[in-house]
Design a protein around this ligand. Structure first.
Ligand SMILES: Nc1ncnc2c1ncn2[C@@H]1O[C@H](COP(=O)(O)OP(=O)(O)OP(=O)(O)O)[C@@H](O)[C@H]1O
Length: 303
């Protein structure tokens, strides 16, 4: 295991009868952007809270750099909680300086870092405003600054992109990429799967407290069933339904999307399409993360 890896090892957690996490294991490596995705209530927030020590695990262990996460290590984690955790009446600059010092940073450095992130995140005009007077998106920028202001060794961000405008999404994306590039393991949860697909080195999909897939998007999509887009305007409805190893995903206006089993013969699909008349398009398409996610959530496991 490389140094500075965050390891979640066989972590389980119940709340009464609800199994929130069932022996969840994955790791986030240095320099990696890791996307944590799953339906509402799948267990993402619980897992992140356990990493932070806000919630204790019933079983399993969280390690950083090969050692169990202690209070000292937790002060080196930059955390953006889902419920957000700012002091509403405190001014932006004061708040960031205070939080940096709370993580053990000397006052001068705390001040310098706070100013740096205020500038970087486009909050300069708001630095003397109380947090409660900011728009939600700007509060979120402050929340990101709060996670970063103490130069964390790990970043754990619970839905950092929710509610951001497109410019703020770009800023957030750039900052997360930079942090990862500087060697920080970064994990964030999100329901914006196109964004996760675009940004992340690896993705973990959690379903009902269990990890059902964990790999790079390229690996996950290459092992998923491949799809064919066939445009055959003269083909009658249902033309492909009886072809062996073929599932019709959608059919509209002469364009049909088919899912092929690994051993299905695409040439016989082409022959069947040509038998109906001209074929204008015949393209293989990889499943997107969204499609993969739906399969994983529906079936429980994709590999
Ligand atoms: N403090 C708690 N007390 C009781 N049940 C809880 C508590 N925290 C979480 N749960 C339950 O644990 C399960 C996992 O919830 P969690 O918040 O981790 O999901 P999530 O993946 O973050 O969902 P979302 O995408 O909606 O934020 C849910 O069934 C939830 O109701």
């Amino acid at each position: 295991m490389p140094q500075r890896t965050l390891e979640i090892d066989s972590v389980s957690k119940r709340f009464g009868d609800v199994v929130a996490l069932d022996s969840v294991s994955f790791d986030v490596r240095p320099g990696e952007l890791f996307g944590f995705v799953g339906s509402n209530g799948a267990g993402k927030t619980t897992a992140m809270r356990i990493v932070l020590g806000v919630v204790s695990a019933d079983a399993g262990e969280v390690r950083f750099d090969g050692r169990p996460v202690t209070h000292e290590i937790r002060t080196r984690i930059g955390y953006m909680p889902e419920e957000r955790g700012l002091y509403p009446k405190m001014k932006v600059l004061d708040q960031l300086v205070y939080l940096a010092q709370l993580h053990g940073m000397p006052p001068n450095e705390a001040h310098r870092n706070a100013e740096t992130w205020i500038g970087r995140l486009g909050l300069t005009d708001r630095r003397a405003d109380e947090v409660q007077k900011l728009s939600l998106g700007n509060q979120q920028r402050v929340q990101l600054a709060a996670a970063l202001v103490h130069d964390p060794a790990v970043l754990v961000l619970d839905e950092p992109f929710s509610g951001l405008d497109p410019i703020a999404v770009d800023v957030m994306s750039d900052v997360l990429r930079e942090q990862a590039a500087s060697g920080v393991p970064v994990i964030f949860s999100s329901h914006q799967l196109e964004l996760v697909e675009r940004l992340c080195d690896r993705v973990g999909i959690i379903r009902s407290g269990r990890i059902v897939a964990c790999d790079s998007v390229a690996e996950l999509t290459s092992s998923a069933a491949s799809q064919l887009v066939v445009s055959a305007p003269a083909a009658p409805p249902g033309w492909a339904a009886a072809l062996p190893g073929v599932r019709v995903v959608s059919e509209s206006g002469g364009s049909t999307v088919l899912e092929l089993a690994p051993d299905a013969d695409d040439q016989s699909v082409l022959a069947a399409a040509l038998a109906t008349g001209p074929v204008h398009e015949f393209t293989r398409r990889k499943a997107s993360l969204s499609e993969l996610f739906r399969t994983a959530v529906a079936e429980g496991a994709i590999r």
